[in-house]
Design a protein around this ligand. Structure first.
Ligand code: URA
Length: 191
């Protein structure tokens, strides 16, 4: 089975297993992920917002536009990367995803990663970071690649601030832009 077919099968499994039924019941779409299934890098955000729920695509609202700008500045395009979230349904009123919701989706996220097999996994914000790097502070580790093993699979993780948090915060914004500019160098070292 090719990667796209495997990801479609995984999407189907989330629906048939009725993962997070309360979230599913109020969501318009399951937001699985978007981009290049053969990408060297996968970005992982928190959960879909309103625009993502409506379109079925991750990071298409204001945070997504900022993400696109930073990708361009780093010499990348959305079509070069794969983008997903830890939680695949929109939490009501854009509240933070709960620990239970994140736990329910984690096995599917790990399967997504083992299908795509990226060289580098970039977490956006603390919700996706904390499962890979528990007990660290994002302020101390942002932008620093770390080698970790989860569920028997080894990854290079790069924790970054979330674009929505950095969008309107001048100092965080510059830190995130600088961290993004460093990403291609991390990828080059892995090739
Ligand atoms: N924020 C996220 O974490 N994910 C999205 O898809 C959109 C906004």
């Amino acid at each position: 089975m090719d990667k796209k077919a495997e990801l479609d099968r995984l999407r189907h499994e989330i629906i048939t297993k009725n993962v997070c039924p309360e979230l599913a019941a109020q969501a318009t779409n399951l937001v699985m992920g978007d981009g290049n299934v053969n990408a060297d890098m996968v970005f992982i955000g928190e959960a879909p917002g309103k625009k993502e729920d409506e379109s079925g695509l991750p990071f298409v609202g204001a945070a997504g536009k900022f993400l696109n700008t930073m990708l361009t500045q780093a010499g990348l395009e959305r079509a070069d990367v794969y983008i997903t979230n830890i939680v695949k349904y929109r939490p009501p009123k854009n509240r933070d995803p709960s620990a239970k919701e994140k736990e329910a989706f984690l096995p599917f996220l790990l399967q997504q990663l083992s299908i795509i097999q990226p060289k580098v996994v970039i977490t956006l914000g603390r919700h996706s970071m904390e499962y890979f790097l528990p007990d660290v502070k994002i302020g101390e580790v942002h932008g620093q690649p770390q080698r970790i093993k989860v569920g028997g699979v080894e990854f290079i993780i790069v924790p970054l601030y979330h674009p929505a948090a950095a969008l309107y915060n001048g100092s965080l914004r510059q830190i995130l832009i600088d961290d993004f500019l460093y990403i291609p160098k991390i990828i080059d070292k892995k090739t």
